[in-house]
Design a binder for this molecule. Structure first.
Ligand code: GCO
Length: 460
């Protein structure tokens, strides 16, 4: 089966964003409400009480973003399609003005020699589907496959590389167990049901896209190496690995949830939830795997409810894993995440061995306070440059060790809405003026552009 991924002769390069984090215009041209529009309206959910209603105004400033991408010289751009723009209620009627935006985006990329990589779901579930039960309900998986077919039918003549979901772990466990992401539930059983239905939705959507002729359909997972700090922490570490990594890799590779998972998550051991044929549909359904990596998970015993204080390393996102504590160490980013490129090298080698799939590092990047300014007033961000440089070196080491890594995607093009952190955490290669959304490239943008230019010059 041919693939439209880069062929791996050299590492390809990209950058990424996501619809709710950058587009803004959340009520324009028929867009319906998503669970993030609802969640951000709830007091106390977002650190700076912000939302994505304006964000980077990418819906209105598409040409600015296209020019920034051309200036970087990326091989491709990873973006997400907003389901509520395409189907405002999540099913049925399609909004042509929503699809027209993505036509403009894709055509603009291709005109600049940038390949599009489309993620179908980056967490912005249409609110009416949440009102009908959301991802804990099986029907949502079926609606997702219908939506995926609509988008592929419209863009599939120009978009060849597809990802069904972005980080289903966050959608399931941060959204339904820890409650720090939309829809803000603290119901472990619902989280496990959501995990299964997100996987089922991937399987159903992949089948529809394959039937329609797509041959490069993947899924993007925020996998992480899980390192126990001491032998006593091995049990807790295995529990984190089960809920963070194996809940996805098990079905995708082996067509099964393993014993530890089924012991931790009753819904995954319930034939009413995991029905005959579900896992057979998921097994082998991905043509490639996106790996989002930021930091390793160092696990210790002596758990407490506060976790490590690092964003997302929240013990309540691992229901059933007792006596758990995260113990990041050494250099941290503004998210409290440990900087450890070795984790990426180890992860890529392990995941390639486990899956035998072509891999793309679909997200890697760092938030820093960006307080330093260059003479021209732009952000001088040497820490971000060092982070990217060191993690790119880790990717090359993994490739040398035999991992089939085709591409590296820097998260993210623009400082944007960082979910529960609002606009307080900045990952971008480009700074956004909060008042008028003017774009100003940082030193890291110039560094990345130079690196890409050198890489493509060497192999052209
Ligand atoms: C994620 C999401 C991105 C985040 C990025 C930084 O991986 O959580 O895909 O939307 O903004 O990872 O947290």
């Amino acid at each position: 089966m041919s693939s439209h991924l880069p062929d791996g002769t050299r590492l390809a390069y990209g950058t990424a964003t996501a619809a709710y984090q950058v587009e803004g215009s959340t009520t324009a041209d028929g867009r319906g409400p998503s669970i993030w529009d609802t969640f951000t309206a709830r007091p106390g959910t977002i650190k700076d009480h912000s939302d994505g209603s304006v964000a980077c105004a990418s819906y209105l400033r598409l040409d600015d973003d296209l020019e920034l991408l051309a200036g970087l010289g990326v091989d491709f751009y990873r973006f997400s399609v907003a389901w509520p723009r395409v189907q405002p209620t999540g099913s049925g009627a399609v909004e042509p003005r929503g699809l027209a935006y993505y036509d403009r985006l894709v055509d603009g990329l291709l005109a600049r020699g940038v390949q599009p990589m489309a993620t179908l779901y980056h967490w912005d579930l249409p609110q009416p589907l949440e009102d009908a039960g959301g991802w804990p309900e099986r029907a949502t998986a079926e609606r997702f496959a219908d939506y995926a077919a609509v988008v592929h039918d419209h863009l599939g003549d120009r978009v060849q590389v597809w990802a069904t979901h972005n980080e289903p772990w966050c959608a399931a466990y941060l959204g339904h167990a820890a409650g720090v992401h939309a829809p803000g539930k603290r119901e472990p059983e619902a989280a496990h049901r959501a995990a299964h239905h997100l996987l089922l939705g991937h399987g159903l959507a992949a089948a529809r896209l394959h039937e329609a002729g797509a041959d490069t359909v993947g899924i993007v997972l925020n996998l992480t190496p899980v390192w126990p700090e001491r032998p006593e922490a091995a049990e807790a570490a295995d529990g984190v690995d089960a809920i963070h990594n194996r809940v996805w890799l098990g079905p995708l590779v082996d067509g099964a949830y393993d014993e530890r998972l089924r012991a931790l998550a009753a819904p995954l051991d319930d034939s009413e939830v995991v029905r005959d044929g579900d896992l057979a549909l998921v097994q082998g359904s991905a043509d490639w795997l996106g790996v989002n990596y930021y930091t390793p998970a160092r696990v210790d015993v002596g758990g407490d409810d506060t976790g490590s204080g690092a964003v997302g390393q929240d013990t309540s996102a691992y229901p059933g894993v007792t006596d758990l504590r995260f113990a990041p160490r050494g250099s941290r980013t503004a998210m409290g995440w440990e900087v450890e490129p070795r984790g990426l090298e180890e992860l890529l080698v392990d995941v390639h061995r486990r899956t035998d799939l072509p891999l793309v590092v679909t997200e890697n990047g760092a938030a820093y306070d960006d307080s330093a300014r260059a003479e021209d007033g732009s952000v001088d961000d040497p820490d971000r440059i060092a982070y990217l440089q060191d993690h790119l070196a880790a990717v090359e080491l993994a490739r040398s060790a035999g991992a089939d890594v085709r591409a590296y995607v820097a998260w993210t093009l623009l400082d944007n809405f960082e979910w529960a952190e609002g606009y307080t955490k900045k990952f971008g290669l480009v700074e956004i003026d909060p008042d008028d959304q003017h774009r100003t490239p940082k030193a890291s943008y110039r560094w990345y552009a130079e690196r890409l230019h050198d890489a493509t010059a060497r192999t052209s």
